[in-house]
Design a protein around this ligand. Structure first.
Ligand SMILES: Cc1cc2nc3c(=O)[nH]c(=O)nc-3n(C[C@H](O)[C@H](O)[C@H](O)COP(=O)(O)OP(=O)(O)OC[C@H]3O[C@@H](n4cnc5c(N)ncnc54)[C@H](O)[C@@H]3O)c2cc1C
Length: 417
């Protein structure tokens, strides 16, 4: 095929990864981002080994390594602070590549800088809100507006269009106009960051509690570790089963200590002072845990969906960003040798849609965090220092099954390296 030229709606983590993945294959791309200035927003995310393997192919490992924390383990505790299950992660688990915990904003800036450098800053456009498209046998035409005023900004022509415009995707809304707001899980999340002395080995991610009340934390900044501190990303999660289905996912709403801290008053993890963690927060954001139902189809002719626009999922399992990275690499691989755009985008749909749907549905069943609820439901109250009420082989089975499903068990990764 003659040289391809792609249009990407959305300059978030996945849109920019896609731009870099296409560039690596010699495919031209232009990114159109809605906001006027891309800023380093958000708090922590995890990059699991399967996405790191791919980000290494994009030559980003060195930059990620400079700013992120190489996660050494993931541990589950009950609300009484007793250990349920601990598993090594990344290099410690024998993978060829690390697992990284990173500030979303740091990662976004790494992608943005690389995209501007490689594709040219003129091909990463901000202040362009995708609004509509038409397609025909020879290409696709996309229309962009100013999000604030609604005035037209640009009409552009390309060979294909990818909607990487997040959980409230405008492109998805065109294909599925009656879908409505995201699906609310009944869990509210308060996401914060606190710089304090390191806990455990300074590189550990942990989850404690059960479905109704949970704390998840992991350190995310190498710069802080160099000063002997930990920049800890934490998520306090509480079940609030009121009808919040009408709420859109808004990453910017401020959270208040009183809304969640009192519920943790009897918790004592021993090795981490939860009161100090909460009281010394540099920021707290409140965010409903939302996802979207799996779709019957992502690709329509020369147009397709990707990342959260295609498969927004609950964060259980820390898989959202990593799955978006896999989407981007998959479509770039397929397009490289494609004779026909429509067939290529259908092949991408076949390769990624069902697998991500299975992960989304598993995350609705709390994904690998299931082990915490098992202890809550089944512990007879006679366990010693460690919870032994659930047999080790059962815990191992839950952990392994999720890794296989999400594609980051060691066997799968060795095959795709
Ligand atoms: C501001 C923000 C903060 C976040 N913070 C966290 C966090 O702390 N922890 C975490 O785990 N996840 C966070 N996320 C979500 C996480 O980044 C995504 O789940 C994941 O990275 C998937 O990436 P994505 O590129 O598909 O979607 P996103 O990262 O959501 O990116 C979508 C992009 O598309 C743009 N966009 C939206 N509509 C249009 C349109 N019509 N036309 C053009 N562009 C459009 C958005 O401005 C955004 O830049 C955050 C997302 C955002 C937008």
């Amino acid at each position: 095929m003659t040289e391809l030229d792609g249009i990407i709606a959305g300059g978030g983590l996945v849109g920019l990864t896609l731009a870099l993945a296409l560039h690596r294959k010699g495919i031209k791309a232009r990114v159109y981002e809605s906001v006027k200035e891309i800023k380093p927003l958000g708090v922590g995310i995890n990059l699991l080994p399967h996405s790191i393997q791919n980000l290494a192919k994009l030559g980003l490992l060195e930059e990620i390594e400079k700013v992120a924390i190489k996660t050494s383990s993931l541990t589950y505790y009950a609300e009484d602070g007793k250990l349920i299950w601990r598993e090594p992660r990344g290099l410690e688990a024998g993978y060829d590549v690390p697992q990284f915990s990173i500030h979303r904003g740091d990662f976004h800036m790494i992608l943005l800088n690389a995209a501007r450098e490689r594709l040219g800053a003129e091909n990463i456009l901000t202040g362009h809100h995708f609004s509509s498209f038409e397609q025909d046998d020879t290409g696709v035409t996309a229309h962009f507006t100013d999000r604030d005023t609604g005035e037209g900004r640009a009409t552009v022509r390309g060979d294909f269009l990818v909607g990487a415009d997040g959980i409230n995707s405008s492109l998805r809304k065109i294909f599925y106009p009656h879908e409505g707001p995201p699906h609310y899980s009944g869990q509210m999340l308060w996401r914060g960051v606190t710089e304090m002395e390191p806990y455990l080995d300074g590189r550990s991610m942990f989850m404690a509690g059960h479905n109704d009340l949970k704390l998840v934390a992991y350190p995310i900044r190498a710069e802080s570790a160099k000063r002997g501190k930990s920049y800890i990303n934490w998520i306090a999660e509480r079940r609030i089963p009121s009808d919040l289905a009408e709420r859109q996912a808004d990453w910017n709403e401020t959270g208040l200590l009183d809304e969640f801290k009192p519920y943790f008053k009897d918790w004592d993890l021993g090795w981490l002072d939860i009161n100090r963690l909460y009281d010394n927060a540099l920021s707290i954001h409140k965010f409903p845990m939302v996802d979207r139902d799996p779709l019957p189809k992502w690709s329509f002719g020369r147009v397709t969906l990707m990342g959260d626009a295609a498969h927004a999922m609950y964060p259980n399992g820390s898989n959202g960003v990593s799955q978006g990275v896999l989407d981007a690499m998959t479509v770039a691989d397929i397009l490289e040798n494609a004779d026909n755009i429509e067939t290529a985008l259908n092949d991408y749909d076949d390769a990624r849609r069902e697998v991500t749907a299975r992960i989304s549905l598993a995350n609705r069943q709390t994904g690998p965090e299931l082990v915490m609820q098992m202890v809550k439901d089944q512990c007879p109250g006679t366990c010693g220092e460690t919870h032994t009420c659930i047999p080790q082989e059962v815990l191992e089975e839950v952990a392994t099954a999720y890794k296989k499903l999400a594609g980051f068990d060691k066997q799968t990764l060795k095959m795709t390296a």
